[in-house]
Design a protein. Structure first.
Ligand code: SF4
Length: 443
């Protein structure tokens, strides 16, 4: 295709398709004078191929990346390989997502040209309008020709209803984001930092519009992305079951008799204190899932307090018993190796895991990772002793998960080392108001 001003090459990896789909959803409705095209780089080689083709067409090229903190180091190597295969003065690699938002200077030092700090939709639309000339686009961090770090200020944060949650034009669908941001402040979690400490909900009419489009395309399963499923429609820590029922009833009707609605199961979860008979009956009435995911995180009240989880161990027990009594399979998320956790805390978590497994719950265990942007960024990496791993593996009923534990432990160690290497976010020359770290949204 000739005569293009700009080609957007997405480094399109399975793990991050959702983040790209919402960007495409925003892009497909955007009116701009820039002549642009979007291409999907499914592998490093095809990404390089797209770059080469776009350069031959005389277009400016933005390669868009999105990744989570544990993947940052591996992708930096991939970036270097792609640069060896295809590069030029008109090519810029732009990193977005939670890691780039939390650690923009680390991201630049790892090889990306630009870090997008904040919610991706508005940043991308402005980048397209500017035909890829990013110097004045809010929400970016880059180095100028003297090597000084430049921050272009805070991007606009808009209601979820302003943008589509998936892409019709590029035919890319995913679980629909119904809530962004979180009023809780769990110290290990990047969500409140990334998307603000408030809930922004997609309106029911807007959700229904998406469900109707899915049905037209022959899609059957409606799933949701939300930090805490039963917070839908609420601005506080209390669930709003009337709003949840209205949402589920509308989706159920919209997707039709052959469709299925999933709520409180993958890829979202329910906070334990929100589990009630009334809530579970709503799920049973409108939804197809026979299991729910409950975030427990620890069996020690001391660790839960330190993590500022906002619930105790008793709420977890209660939630699992209620769920089982209502006929649901229960998946319980737990994190081992959190800061300050001692032997007694580990034993308490193992006791809880055993007790819940006996009730029929399945335990999904993780190793604590000190994630950028969180209050525990500078905490030591999580470590879990082999006996604990063996015991949790047994309870998880999924066979040996040593690889999984080892991988998370390696990620945790690498993140802790990076946090030490970058003790404070880089101070820099600012051309527009600086993004306050606690108020930086993003994707
Ligand atoms: S762990 Fe869940 S409830 Fe806690 S801050 Fe993160 S998204 Fe919110």
């Amino acid at each position: 295709m000739g005569g293009l001003d700009l080609v957007l090459v997405l480094r399109y990896r399975k793990a991050v398709t959702y983040g790209f789909h919402v960007l495409l959803g925003a892009l497909e409705e955007h009116k701009t004078t820039t002549r642009f095209d979007v291409r999907f780089g499914d592998t490093p080689e095809s990404t390089a191929q797209h770059i080469e083709t776009a350069l031959a067409e005389g277009a400016r090229v933005l390669v868009l990346w999105s990744f989570y903190s544990p993947d940052a180091a591996g992708l930096a190597q991939e970036l270097a390989e792609i640069r060896k295969l295809a590069d030029g003065p008109g090519v810029r690699h732009v990193a977005g997502g939670v890691h780039a938002t939390a650690e923009p200077v680390q991201t630049l030092d790892a090889g990306w040209d630009v870090a997008a700090v904040g919610e991706g939709e508005t940043i991308l639309l402005r980048l397209v309008d500017a035909a890829g000339a990013y110097a004045q686009v809010p929400g970016l961090v880059y180095r100028d020709e003297t090597g000084a770090v430049v921050r272009t200020g805070r991007p606009q944060r808009r209601p979820l209803d302003d943008f589509r949650g998936f892409s019709l034009r590029w035919d890319r669908f995913n679980a629909l984001e119904i809530t962004r941001g979180c009023v809780y402040a769990c110290r290990f979690c990047q969500t409140p930092f990334m998307f603000s400490a408030k809930f922004r909900h997609r309106g029911i009419a807007n959700v229904r519009w998406h469900v109707d489009r899915m049905r037209e395309r022959g899609l059957r399963d409606v799933r949701f992305i939300t930090p805490t499923a039963l917070s839908y429609g609420s601005q506080t820590e209390e669930p709003n079951l009337a709003a949840v029922e209205e949402l589920l009833a509308s989706c159920r009707e919209g997707i039709g008799p052959d469709g299925r609605v999933f709520f409180g199961s993958f890829p979202s979860e329910i906070r334990p204190e929100h589990v009630s008979r009334a809530a579970l009956r709503l799920v049973r009435r409108y939804c197809a899932n026979t299991n729910i995911i409950v975030g427990a995180q620890s069996g020690s009240d001391g660790v839960l307090d330190a993590a500022k989880r906002g619930h105790g161990v008793e709420e977890v027990r209660r939630a699992v018993r209620l769920g089982v009594a209502e006929g649901f399979g229960i998946n319980v998320d737990m994190i081992f190796g959190m800061p300050g956790e001692d032997r007694r805390d580990v034993d308490a978590s193992l006791r809880l895991a055993r007790e819940l497994a006996e009730l029929g719950a399945r335990i999904h265990a993780h190793t604590f990772m000190p994630l950028p942007g969180t209050p525990w960024r500078d905490a030591p990496p999580g470590d879990v002793d082999p006996a604990t791993i063996r015991e949790v593996d047994r309870l998880s009923q999924r066979g040996a998960l040593y690889g999984h534990w080892q991988k998370q432990r390696d990620h945790a160690a690498r993140l802790a080392a990076a946090a030490q290497a970058y003790p404070r976010p880089g101070r820099s020359r600012t051309i527009l108001p600086t993004v306050p770290v606690t108020d930086a949204g993003g994707r």
